[in-house]
Design a protein around this ligand. Structure first.
Ligand SMILES: Cc1cc2nc3c(=O)[nH]c(=O)nc-3n(C[C@H](O)[C@H](O)[C@H](O)COP(=O)(O)O)c2cc1C
Ligand code: SF4
Ligand code: SF4
Length: 385
């Protein structure tokens, strides 16, 4: 029997999948749907001190699909800032969610004044939140847009919230738009953060070419998608070995395999948002099942057995083996003569031969791009020995 349970900042979860704060977690009712869908915990949509931001424009979502020829990318582009609730109603929703769920429920607050960080933390703690995310990392929020000193802001928020939060864990949600996220997370750990979320989303801009205007509400917005995963993996892998507080991963998580990769890179829990927005609450359970399958295949009984395992395997520039050790080879039986391999080979190693293609082993530099683009997987990289 596999054990998917995990402790995050002293909060016990039945599995490491956490639904990240967004409209999908704004009410107690939606938080319950997260639990029914298979989540180990959920973080309520952020309460903001600034009342202006509690009302989102319409429409506020756009799914941007982009193609470089046959190669697709998807961006969930959105402008949805604060929970629409004031502090008292926000606390009511936490209370209701705690009554209806057995899984942990965390709050998320974004304040401006130090007094309000303290007050909002106290009210959420009294309402029964199992922990609190402190978020100044909204991609179109005042702090990120104002290019403020994020580390300093977060430490001030942490100290103020600590006054009101009692013993519940305080978790800082970090923007990906930092010069050195590892240094920032280390500073937060030293300042007494119980944990961090790496990361919120990036700030983006999309333009309607017909009217030459920013789309939707006319300003910047948050952008993210499955493509964001690799940035998160990269920074968690380099941060995990340097801090002793737990890391919640967030950004681009679209499958149970993504969850396994983030755990291997050092995350303790993994948050998911866009996947739930687009695929529904039950999709969380599917990701949990995929994680289970990964662990079964690998023979892991617990998450701790593979957490951070990849970090020690990441090579430095000096350690990377640079001598060419393979060439590409086409299996003519699977080649449909589409010419994609020839298009990408800047070394002129690919030539047409009657109704198929051939690679010259002498000219091939072993770069691997032709194998990556071949739509029929007709190209293998063969070791040079
Ligand atoms: C529509 C939407 C609303 C969001 N609202 C919040 C929020 O209120 N507070 C917050 O900390 N993060 C918010 N986020 C960020 C998510 O919690 C999450 O960190 C981010 O989307 C990256 O995860 P994903 O790639 O799985 O979507 C929001 C994201 C989206 C898409
Ligand atoms: S990309 Fe693949 S299918 Fe297309 S020509 Fe090359 S080997 Fe053949
Ligand atoms: S591996 Fe690179 S160099 Fe070799 S044939 Fe393919 S694209 Fe050309």
């Amino acid at each position: 029997m596999l054990d998917l349970t995990v402790d995050f900042c002293g909060i016990h979860l039945a599995n490491p999948l956490v639904v990240a704060p967004a409209g999908i977690t704004e009410t107690a009712d939606r938080i319950k749907r997260c639990e029914d869908g298979g989540a180990g915990a959920a973080v309520m949509k952020s309460y903001f001190e600034d009342e202006l931001l509690r009302r989102s424009p319409t429409p506020r979502f756009k799914l941007i699909r982009r193609y470089l020829g046959p190669y697709p990318a998807t961006t969930l582009y959105s402008f949805e800032q604060a929970s629409s609730y004031g502090l008292a109603e926000y606390a009511d929703q936490i209370r209701l969610a705690k009554e209806s769920c057995t899984m942990p429920v965390l709050g998320s607050i974004a304040c401006v004044t130090l007094e309000h960080w303290e007050q909002a933390a106290a009210i959420c703690q009294q309402a029964g939140a199992d922990g609190l995310e402190l978020s100044v990392s909204c991609p179109h929020g005042p702090q990120v847009m104002g290019q403020m000193d994020m580390a300093q802001l977060m430490i001030e928020a942490l100290n103020a919230a600590r006054q009101g939060a009692g013993q519940i864990p305080l978790i800082l949600k970090v923007s990906p738009q930092l010069d050195n996220p590892t240094a920032t997370v280390r500073a937060l750990a030293e300042a007494g953060a119980d944990g961090v979320v790496m990361f919120n989303r990036f700030t983006g801009l999309e333009i309607d070419l017909k009217v030459e205007q920013p789309i939707m509400h006319g300003g910047y917005a948050g952008h993210g998608g499955p493509w964001a995963l690799h940035y998160v993996l990269r920074w968690i892998a380099s941060t995990y070995p340097t801090v002793d507080i737990p890391i919640a991963a967030s950004g681009g998580v679209s499958t149970g395999e993504d969850v396994a990769k983030l755990l291997l890179s050092g995350a303790t829990v993994v948050q998911t948002c866009s996947a739930v927005v687009l695929r529904g609450y039950n999709y969380v359970g599917r990701m949990v099942a995929q994680l289970h399958e990964f662990m079964e295949q690998k023979g892991y009984q617990t998450l701790a057995e593979f957490r951070g395992k990849v970090c020690a395997r990441i090579r430095t520039n000096e350690q990377i083996q640079r001598a060419q050790d393979c060439v590409a080879q086409i299996d003519a039986a699977h080649c449909t003569a589409c010419a994609a391999c020839q298009t990408v080979c800047i070394y002129n190693a690919v030539t047409r031969q009657e109704d198929t293609y051939r690679i010259s082993p002498a000219a091939c530099q072993g770069c691997g791009l032709c194998a990556a683009v071949c739509p029929t997987e007709a190209i293998q990289m063969i070791p040079l020995s």
